[in-house]
Design a protein around this ligand. Structure first.
Ligand SMILES: [Zn+2]
Length: 76
């Protein structure tokens, strides 16, 4: 199983589809870029505690409410 599948375009589409199917609003930024840290949430960065970022699979299986890089909440 490939758990390392990063693609901002596909992940963004997967998240919109997930929200559509679950009838919930899309909180993640439309261009994938975090409002606070400026990193793309769908790309991997190497943090102190290991790689961070949202894979295509993750974007298609859960509601994204915060930045994986800096923890900024998109809900508020
Ligand atoms: Zn951020």
């Amino acid at each position: 199983m490939n758990s390392d599948n990063f693609s901002p375009t596909k992940a963004n589409r997967a998240q919109i589809k997930y929200c559509d199917e679950h009838e919930c609003p899309v909180f993640a930024p439309m261009n994938g870029v975090c409002y606070r840290c400026g990193y793309n949430i769908y790309l991997r960065t190497n943090g102190k505690s290991g790689p961070r970022g949202i894979t295509v699979e993750e974007a298609g299986s859960r509601l994204i409410t915060s930045c994986p890089h800096c923890g900024y909440s998109f809900v508020e």
